[in-house]
Design a protein around this ligand. Structure first.
Ligand code: BGC
Length: 327
């Protein structure tokens, strides 16, 4: 699997190097030259998981900016979240001498040394969505993950009137952003005597695993009456189980992100609230910031994109209409 992935990436990369290198060394083949000269830079965006809908939105933003600014943008990474594949992709992108790499800083132990090596080798790195704040990355753009978790905690207190037995399902115990989202939440609820955190489980950012964990939690801890899912697919997995066992009225769910399925569950009243992130904006601005950096312009080292809570009352009327249609 890793081998296939590596080979694929290598081939894609080679073809890019050939086309891209072409711009530098060849001036006598007008058609190919014209194609190559359309691009000013070659950047790579490495997501946590290639086909994850959330990351497709980051990609969409980055591709839009790439088009606006004449950048050749490659979107490559693990098919399913996998730290080794993720690190390998960054390493290979650096080896193919791209002009800039945009990726997450998932954990300090593994990502910081690699990011530092890449930057020392002359390739700028911008962290997107998840920061490796102690690394030499040039800038971070994404949610303030601690604050977003704090907001989730405050929303749960308000919605449950300060009384809940909560289970947390988090994407990963080891990733910086997931840890911060849990910490922010815990800090927000810690003074509430009526809020108890009963269990914290890991989904490996898989909706199937999130559903399995939710099922197990409800079985082992029947007192749980609220869930907090800290990555885009967790709330969806939890909601599937809660609907299956018809516990919508007893169990409160707060999730993350605004993927179409999450919005459906909010419309149906199964997910009560979600934390909004701006993945398109992250991708778009990351490309723009990378260009500014390369041009030697000053770029803020941290750019926090907007984050807020969304509930059914915040949905536009046009989206609520679909609820009536579905009946
Ligand atoms: C996070 C991403 C993560 C995704 C997984 C989002 O909430 O910001 O880092 O890869 O969830 O589904």
């Amino acid at each position: 699997m890793a081998y296939t992935f590596g080979t694929l990436f290598f081939l894609v990369s080679c073809s890019f190097s050939i086309v891209y290198g072409y711009k530098v060394v060849t001036h006598d083949l007008p058609d190919k030259q014209a194609t190559a000269e359309k691009y000013n830079y070659h950047f790579v965006l490495v997501p946590e998981e290639l086909d994850n809908e959330y990351w497709r939105l980051v990609e969409k933003g980055a591709q839009t900016a790439a088009k606006d600014y004449g950048v050749m943008l490659e979107y490559v990474g693990p098919k399913q979240a996998n730290i080794d594949d993720h690190l390998k992709t960054i390493e290979m992108s650096a080896a193919s001498k791209v002009d800039g790499i945009m990726t997450q800083g998932l954990s300090d132990e593994q990502f910081t040394p690699l990011i530092n090596r890449v930057v020392a080798g002359g390739i700028p790195v911008i962290t997107v969505d998840t920061d490796a704040a102690n690394s030499n990355r040039m800038a971070y753009i994404g949610t303030d993950n601690y604050y977003s978790g704090f907001l989730a905690g405050k929303a749960l207190i308000a919605d449950k009137l300060g009384k809940a037995n909560v289970a947390i399902i988090t994407g990963s115990f080891y990733a910086n952003h997931q840890q911060q989202r849990v910490k922010g939440f815990k800090d927000a609820v810690k003074k509430e005597k009526g809020i108890h955190i009963i269990d914290v489980e890991e989904s490996e950012i898989s909706r199937v695993k999130a559903a399995e964990k939710a099922y197990q939690i409800l079985k082992d801890h029947p007192e749980v009456n609220a869930f907090y899912g800290t990555s885009a697919l967790d709330g969806i997995g939890i909601a599937q189980v809660v609907e299956k066992y018809k516990k919508q009225d007893q169990v409160y769910i707060i999730g993350f992100d605004t993927l179409p399925e999450t919005i459906d569950y909010i419309r149906r009243g199964t997910i009560k609230a979600t934390v909004v992130q701006e993945p398109f904006e992250m991708g778009y601005s990351a490309v723009k910031m990378m260009i500014d950096l390369i041009k030697g312009e000053s770029v803020p080292s941290v750019v926090h994109t907007d984050t807020r809570i969304l509930r059914i009352v915040d949905l536009p009327v046009s989206q609520l209409d679909r609820k009536v249609e579905n009946r």
